[in-house]
Write a protein that binds this ligand. Structure first.
Ligand SMILES: CC(C)=CCC/C(C)=C/CC/C(C)=C/COP(=O)(O)O
Length: 263
């Protein structure tokens, strides 16, 4: 199943194949491969796209190894296909278009701004030093998450799904990219953080986990992300919590920071 090299988004900086056929050779798959962001033999313009050594050279843009096996390629194609099928709230006219407003409320619940503002507000108004310690670490976790997601998005530069409508509440420049899902990383990170540091009754703990899952699933349903963006986001958020725990800020390890907030 050959993919016309000129259709690949990374080719904007790399070699062009103006003479490559533009007729679909794999039906819908050709169009969906635009989102893979893995060069399809960019060096093989004018030669057979089956030439194996060319497929393992460095990506001209230097962002990703271009050595993609047929197995990986198939997994990504399945990801794109399934994500498109699951994007049932991607537009008002989609199968579940009427649920889109609810999905957008869920989107805001996992957005960085309410979490940052809420944590900052709590920090300024908390009287107990224990609460301040937890909130300061939550603020650190949220900022670390924003930075890590921005770095990975900027490195990978995977475009958002073609069916996504870019009508998101406050975004930053890298949010035009899709991998990983910032909402999913935040949901996993906050979920682990809250379960570890807040004393909650079991039903509330279940609700926190459900919220994280719903925020993550809603990214695909809204058409914002492919499934792999969300799965990687969840893993990244889970792992970032480990970093936060490892670097835990306390009055002993960061006295200056705590002095800022003490009364
Ligand atoms: C302090 C500071 C730089 C705050 C920026 C907060 C902000 C605009 C975060 C962006 C949140 C966002 C829209 C993430 C994208 O989530 P995806 O799940 O679509 O990747």
């Amino acid at each position: 199943c050959a993919i016309p090299p000129s259709d690949h988004p990374t080719h904007s900086n790399g070699p062009k194949c103006p003479s490559a056929p533009r007729t679909p050779v794999c039906g819908d798959t050709r169009m969906q491969h635009k989102d893979l962001l893995l060069p399809q033999h960019p060096q093989s313009c004018g030669t057979s796209s089956r030439s194996p050594p060319a497929s393992c050279r460095a990506d001209p843009s230097g962002h990703l190894p271009s050595c993609i096996t047929p197995f990986q390629s198939s997994l990504l194609a399945i990801d794109l296909w399934a994500s498109k099928r699951l994007g049932v709230c991607a537009g008002e006219g989609s199968a579940w278009g009427s649920a889109r407003p609810l999905m957008k409320v869920i989107e805001v619940s996992g957005h960085g701004i309410p979490w940052l503002l809420g944590t900052f507000y709590g920090l300024c108004h908390s009287d107990s030093s224990a609460a301040r310690e937890v909130l300061l670490n939550l603020l650190f976790a949220l900022l670390l998450d924003l930075v890590m997601v921005a770095v990975v998005k900027g490195l990978v530069k995977r475009p958002r799904p073609t069916h996504n409508k870019m009508d998101m509440f406050v975004t930053i420049s890298v949010d035009k990219y899709s991998f990983p899902s910032g909402h999913a990383t935040r949901a996993a990170l906050v979920c682990r953080f809250v379960l570890r540091h807040l004393v909650l009754a079991v039903p509330l703990r279940v609700l926190v986990v459900l919220w994280a899952l719903i925020v993550s699933i809603s990214r695909v349903m809204l058409g914002r992300h492919n499934m792999t963006d969300v799965l990687f986001g969840l893993l990244l958020g889970y792992a970032l919590y480990g970093v936060v725990e490892h670097c835990w800020l306390s009055p002993a390890t960061a006295p200056t920071l705590f002095a800022l907030w003490s009364r």
